[in-house]
Design a protein around this ligand. Structure first.
Ligand code: FAD
Length: 459
């Protein structure tokens, strides 16, 4: 019998464990994690012998200690303007306070010396507005994939003797009992008084099953679809030197859709992402100067919200990604010049271009995959970005597709992130409330503090 059982060792799970231990050393906590410990996490795709996903039992990129964020670029955004809607539950001030708190912990666990960028008082905001672009407010700590890894190593070292981590242990079922919850898993059955579920995006489908089983209401209606743009770093340096990452939103003239930049990686790399066996594109970059590339990449995304009767927005996104996987065997790449001329890119056209791709992807035609309305919006935004970053519109600019941001169905939670099944909390991306390292971590701290304030473990 554990006092608290946490399912998932991503940022949400790690920070709830961290805060619980900090507030009360006497409670018995276990973390069940489907994937491997940090040092054993590994993706076999080497671009040489193994070129595409071989569907490992657990994905080295998405599962394991550190969760989906372990090999991420470690951009830690302190803002309520994007990254989730935690503030709707706990209030804007509290959300920012907790994001700052986690940032401080990251700084004392290996992140010291990393740079905090801010959009406050920047001239770029005005330049964006003059060109129908809107720069969102945020502070961004860029840890980089390498420093992010060190922070995770240090957090694990600190927690490993106080919390029982059980790896390669997928929770399969959650049942309510007289005393709390019973968790069935690949390594047996665990009992706990209270349970925190933090299974992230990769655990989304499983989470849906848990909600169905325990009659917890959910809703799901959003998916973001788009491409990852790669261009010479100099073109975006005006934005990235000052802000590192800028979140810019554009309303298209044609359909009045919102297109936004997402996950900007100055001098970074474009990478494959595997969600439930479907290969989509993502990007990251390193803090280590030796690992920098000549290119900057970022995503351009359009949100699709669905109304009745269609509910499965993720299935819609998956179907589009599957189509690109079917045509390209994985991620597809196309030169901007080829896209606007209505022709596919070929190996030769890519090679003749002046931009050297950082990801080996299959040259193809994104217009065969991405719905016209979305693609039109993306093209329109590329022209708008060209006004603040001249050179963005260039035949050689590379577009990788598809990039899909899946949103978990939203679990119905009260303002303490507790479900209608008392003692069962759902946090992080798996709750549908957060979509980022900062919001997910902050939600973990929030629930840990709430549990302790309630005093359930005082006797
Ligand atoms: C390539 C990439 C780059 C990213 N870059 C950034 C970035 O720069 N900045 C940013 O803010 N965000 C970034 N993100 C998003 C960020 O990583 C997530 O928002 C964050 O990790 C969410 O934390 P979480 O704890 O909610 O879930 P996750 O990190 O997804 O962790 C969930 C964990 O639960 C485990 N799990 C799932 N189901 C079960 C089960 N049934 N039983 C046991 N364990 C289970 C999984 O194995 C996983 O380890 C990136 C994501 C990816 C994939």
């Amino acid at each position: 019998m554990y006092d608290v059982l946490i399912i998932g060792a991503g940022p949400g799970g790690i920070y709830s464990a961290y805060e619980l231990v900090k507030l009360n050393q006497n409670i018995k906590i276990a973390v069940l994690e489907e994937g491997n410990p940090l040092e054993k996490r590994n993706c076999p795709i080497d671009g040489d012998k193994i070129k595409s996903c071989i569907n490992c039992k657990t994905c080295g990129i998405m599962n394991g200690f550190g969760g989906a964020g372990a090999f991420s670029d470690g951009k830690y955004n302190i803002t309520n303007q994007f990254g989730g809607t935690l503030y709707e539950y706990i209030g804007k001030e509290k959300a920012i306070e907790l994001m700052r708190y986690v940032d401080e912990i990251n700084m004392t666990h290996g992140g010291e010396g990393t740079k905090l960028y801010s959009t406050a008082n920047t001239e770029l905001k005005k330049v964006c507005l003059e060109n129908k672009l809107h720069l969102l407010d945020a502070q961004v700590r860029h840890l980089g994939t390498d420093v992010n890894y060190i922070v995770l190593q240090n957090l694990f070292e600190e927690l490993k003797d106080k919390v029982q981590f059980i790896f390669n242990c997928k929770a399969t079922k959650v049942d309510k009992t007289e005393f709390g919850y019973e968790i069935l898993s690949e390594k047996g059955t665990f009992q706990c008084r209270q349970c925190i579920i933090s299974v992230g995006r990769s655990g989304s489908k499983w989470m849906e099953g848990v909600c169905e089983h325990l009659n917890i209401p959910t809703k799901s209606n959003r998916v973001d679809i788009g491409v990852r743009v790669e261009l010479p770093a100099e073109i975006f340096s005006r934005l990235t030197d000052e802000l590192y990452e800028s979140k810019i939103v554009y309303r298209t003239d044609k359909f009045e859709d919102l297109v936004r930049t997402f996950c900007m990686n100055p001098r970074g790399e474009v990478v494959n992402e595997n969600t439930n066996g479907i290969i989509t594109v993502n990007g990251h970059s390193y803090a280590d100067p030796e690992k920098l590339t000549d290119n900057t990449n970022f995503a351009l995304l359009v949100s699709k919200h669905f109304s009745e009767p269609f509910k499965d927005s993720n299935e819609y996104g998956e179907s589009i990604a599957r189509l690109s996987n079917m045509l390209g065997g994985g991620v597809m790449v196309q030169r901007f010049g080829d896209l606007v001329r209505g022709r596919r890119s070929t190996e030769q056209r890519i090679q003749e271009g002046f931009i050297v791709p950082t990801l080996k992807a299959t040259p193809g035609d994104l217009s065969l995959v991405i719905p016209k309305r979305i693609l039109d919006g993306i093209i329109e935004m590329i022209y708008a970005l060209d006004k603040i970053a001249p050179g963005t519109v260039n035949d050689d600019t590379l577009l990788y597709g598809v990039e899909v941001k899946f949103y978990n169905m939203e679990v119905e939670l009260d303002h303490n992130l507790e479900t209608s099944s008392k003692g069962l909390f759902v946090i992080g991306d798996g709750s549908g409330v957060t979509h980022s390292l900062s919001h997910a971590s902050a939600s973990g701290v929030y629930v840990a503090r709430y549990m302790m304030e309630k005093g359930d473990f005082n006797e």
